[in-house]
Write a protein that binds this ligand. Structure first.
Ligand code: 5GP
Length: 191
């Protein structure tokens, strides 16, 4: 998505070897006009699938997920993050290791909001090592819902998340694909 790439070039900041800060339009301040266009892109790509629900993880996935839900006219469910959680029969729970915070978390979704009848589209802000997506996939399996696809705003192709998803043959669309950070600059994959 050219507009997103241009925005990353203009406002993104590279931190260290492998983190991109996009606080000014995605992770802290949110640009709703751009979010809506991204939601529409995900819709155009996945609209032939019988999606009943959009799934994401709090908090940075919520903005793009809501705009995707708006395009599909379907509900959005975000998994909550916990440092620890006691077993609870009303929740699906999975483990996620946070790439940016270097901490282990549990994520959970209420059984009220996901079941075997659902056809799910996962949306998230970043794909790095694939931990967040794996946690959501785990929860979808527990619920016996069908995973129809994954939509990612920014994928870093030099980390191993994509490989993990491709191994499972799940359709995926990433709106911006970063192949490297070079001298503090973002280098995109060719389209
Ligand atoms: P993964 O689970 O794929 O390793 O990482 C995905 C999660 O980590 C995303 O939901 C995002 O919140 C965070 N993340 C991973 N890489 C980056 C990055 O370069 N910049 C920011 N801002 N967040 C990232």
């Amino acid at each position: 998505m050219k507009e997103l790439e241009a925005r990353i070039k203009k406002d993104g900041r590279v931190l260290g070897a492998d983190v991109l800060k996009v606080d000014s339009f995605l992770n802290h301040q949110v640009d709703p006009v751009l979010m809506q266009k991204m939601g529409q892109e995900f819709y155009e790509y996945f609209k032939t699938k019988p999606i009943t629900k959009i799934l994401t993880v709090e908090s940075s996935g919520i903005a793009p997920a809501v705009m995707t839900g708006l395009a599909f006219q379907k509900p959005v469910v975000f998994a909550r993050k916990h440092k620890s959680i006691t077993m609870n029969n009303d929740m699906y729970v999975a483990d996620v290791y946070s790439f940016t915070k270097k901490t282990a978390n549990k994520i959970s979704i209420s059984k009220n909001f996901l079941n075997s009848q659902d056809h799910v589209l996962i949306i998230d802000d970043f794909l790095a090592n694939g931990q967040a997506v794996s946690g959501l996939t785990d929860i979808i399996q527990q619920s016996q819902a069908t995973l129809e696809g994954i939509g990612i705003v920014i994928e870093k192709t030099f980390q191993k998340g994509r490989q993990l998803i491709d191994q499972q043959n799940i359709p995926i669309l990433s709106l911006a694909r970063i192949k490297a950070f070079k001298d503090g600059q973002v280098v995109f994959e060719e389209e």
